[in-house]
Design a protein around this ligand. Structure first.
Ligand SMILES: C[S@@+](CC[C@H](N)C(=O)[O-])C[C@H]1O[C@@H](n2cnc3c(N)ncnc32)[C@H](O)[C@@H]1O
Length: 419
């Protein structure tokens, strides 16, 4: 789906072009869907508890950092409930390809048409989606999150299903491909993006991890937006088989997974990928020192993923430390700097636009204007609003650093009192 050179997946045009004008969009495919569930399990599950389990329970410690060969629905039903922090899923797209796609030079485009992507109808795909999302919901912690990636072929169906099941969408993100495959026949726009849906387990969920500051840092200090421009997976990152061909048709770029994992997890937390493919999620998780569980039903892909992950060296502690989210951190008002004796009334704060005097109530006065650190900074900057924490220095040191020191002391005290 997503490779510019030969790979006819959603990033390419192949899925659309390969469908002839005569073919009906939802006509059953001739090859019976291997991904369909047996008839007796086709009725949508009403609750997770009712889901049949096809084998013994799998203890979490046995599953961690392994690639499990099997059907993701069966395996997820056997994992302990509420045991994983994050689920990243890149499910089959249900491309429903019709016929061959050729480039202008008549070479054949290597489309994604393996058995795992074939379903007899939209209804069969919806049943499959409902089942794997139900199983995923059961295994997800109540403070966890689920990310799912897809193309226009499937993402709207997946989105409806996850809302029906009670997941709560936080964002949809566009992965814009910097190097998509062109639309060879010129009959549609170049298909240059895929969509990720990020959701919490439920609307009522009080907490979910969002490493806001880390994502902002990754974006050079500017708030990260919901459109991510990244190249498709190619070059040395692309896994090859023994004949030197692509080992997996829809291998995702590691940079994409790194953003997802950095957004939604802390080191040591558990990430489950029920459609593991070539193991991109596991490779990134190991590098970022997250724990992973991969499920994949094709033995050849399991083998590739295991080999790939074995070669990954995890980052060290220093490299892994990242900017903490100030939203989750202790709130430290400016007045507390005075109360804790870090500053005292009468101290002078410096800035590129002038100095200000600290007053006893934690307000500042400068240039005839008084108010909060933000208000006085905004006045000097002739702006509507301004972040005073990044504007003022005390004795050459940003006051934001003084705040960080106090915050660290408070957190230490808080944790000390918990122990
Ligand atoms: C879109 S690919 C995932 C690619 C992966 N993200 C990567 O970067 O390599 C979907 C994968 O799910 C696997 N799959 C499909 N149905 C499955 C099922 N019911 N259980 C487990 N794996 C399944 C396919 O074999 C395929 O490798």
């Amino acid at each position: 789906m997503r490779d510019s050179s030969t790979n006819a997946v959603p990033d390419a045009v192949a899925p659309d072009e390969a469908r002839t004008e005569r073919s009906k969009p939802n006509r059953p495919h001739k090859a019976r869907a291997e991904t369909e569930r047996p008839q007796k399990r086709r009725t949508p599950m009403k609750s997770d508890a009712a889901s049949p389990q096809n084998g013994p329970e799998i203890p979490l410690d046995q599953a961690l950092d392994t690639v499990i060969l099997g059907d993701s629905i069966d395996i997820m039903r056997r994992l302990p409930p509420k045991s994983v922090h994050l689920i990243f899923a890149d499910p089959p797209y249900n491309l429903q390809l019709r016929g061959e796609l050729r480039r202008p030079d008549e070479s054949k485009v290597d489309a994604v048409d393996p058995a795992w992507d074939q379903f007899s109808s939209f209804a069969a795909y919806d049943r499959f989606t409902h089942e794997w999302l139900s199983a995923a919901r059961r295994v997800l912690r109540d403070d966890g999150a689920l990310w799912v990636i897809g193309s226009y072929h499937n993402i709207f169906r997946v989105g409806a299903s996850l809302q029906d099941l009670g997941f709560w969408i936080l964002n949809d993100l566009i992965w814009r491909k910097s190097n998509p495959m062109p639309n060879f026949r010129g009959k549609r726009f170049t298909n240059a993006h895929e969509t990720l849906i990020w959701c919490a387990k439920s609307e009522a969920q009080a907490r979910y991890t969002f490493n806001y500051e880390a994502m902002k840092e990754l974006n050079e200090g500017v708030q990260m937006r919901s459109d991510w421009l990244l190249p498709i997976c190619s070059g040395g990152e692309r896994m090859k088989n023994d004949s030197g061909d692509k080992a997996h048709p829809t291998q995702k770029p590691e940079a994409l997974l790194a953003r997802v994992l950095l957004t939604s997890t802390e080191a040591g937390e558990v990430v489950l990928d029920p459609f593991f493919g070539s193991g991109t999620t596991g490779a990134v998780a190991k590098r970022l020192r997250r724990r992973f569980i991969g499920v994949e039903r094709e033995p050849a892909y399991v083998e590739i993923a295991r080999r790939r992950i074995a070669e990954i060296t995890p980052h060290d502690d220093d490299a892994l430390a990242f900017a903490r989210s100030k939203r989750r951190a202790q709130r430290v008002p400016f007045g507390l700097l005075l109360e804790r004796g870090v500053l005292k009334p009468g101290d002078v704060l410096e800035s590129p636009r002038g100095v200000a005097k600290v007053r006893v109530d934690g307000s500042l006065v400068a240039d005839g204007v008084s108010g909060s650190i933000h208000r006085v900074a905004a006045h000097l900057m002739k702006a509507e609003s301004y972040n005073g924490w990044t504007f003022w220095n005390f004795q050459g040191q940003p006051i934001d650093l003084l705040r960080e020191k106090i915050r660290a002391e408070l957190e230490k005290q808080e944790h000390g009192s918990e122990n």
